[in-house]
Ligand binder design. Structure first.
Ligand code: UDP
Ligand code: MG
Length: 136
């Protein structure tokens, strides 16, 4: 049974700022992900608020949106078998302190807010998030 999927990945400002873009892309490629689309952009706070709307009631929402809009990000569509779950595994836990060896957040994450990458958490949200950034 084949289940080729696409998911949305973002290299967040803390990682772009530290020039980790190629290292992180290498980690995706080593796990069999194909980068179908990518762009380096900076979004404004209102776009970040829209992107993270699911978190609007959380205490960290405002800081999160300020942070995501604070500098350049690299937005990518990744394709692979089971891409959504596979990317979540490769990213590691939200808090880098809890992330296991071999994950992006273990290797590069600084803190729970500066955790270097975003990844869609379901196939449904992956479609919504890919559309958000790449719908022409
Ligand atoms: N976040 C935070 N404080 C928290 C929980 C989350 O700053 O207590 C940030 C963190 O950068 C995280 C993002 O909010 O990546 C979205 O949270 P989510 O629970 O969706 O984590 P993720 O899916 O990114 O692992
Ligand atoms: Mg999430």
């Amino acid at each position: 049974m084949s289940s080729l999927e696409q998911t949305l990945s973002i290299i967040k400002p803390d990682a772009v700022e530290r020039n980790l873009e190629s290292e992180i892309k290498e980690m995706f490629k080593n796990k069999g992900f194909k980068i179908l689309k990518e762009k380096k952009i900076q979004i404004d706070k209102s776009e970040a608020e829209k992107f993270y709307k699911i978190h609007e009631t959380k205490p960290f929402y405002n800081d999160l949106c300020t942070y995501l809009s604070s500098g350049p990000i690299v937005v990518m569509t990744l394709e692979r078998e089971n891409a959504v779950l596979g990317n979540r595994e490769l990213m590691g836990a939200t808090n880098p302190q809890d992330a296991i060896e071999g994950t992006i957040r273990k290797k590069y994450g600084i803190s729970i807010d500066k955790n270097s990458v975003h990844g869609s958490d379901s196939i449904e949200n992956a479609k919504i998030e890919i559309d958000f950034f790449f719908k022409d």
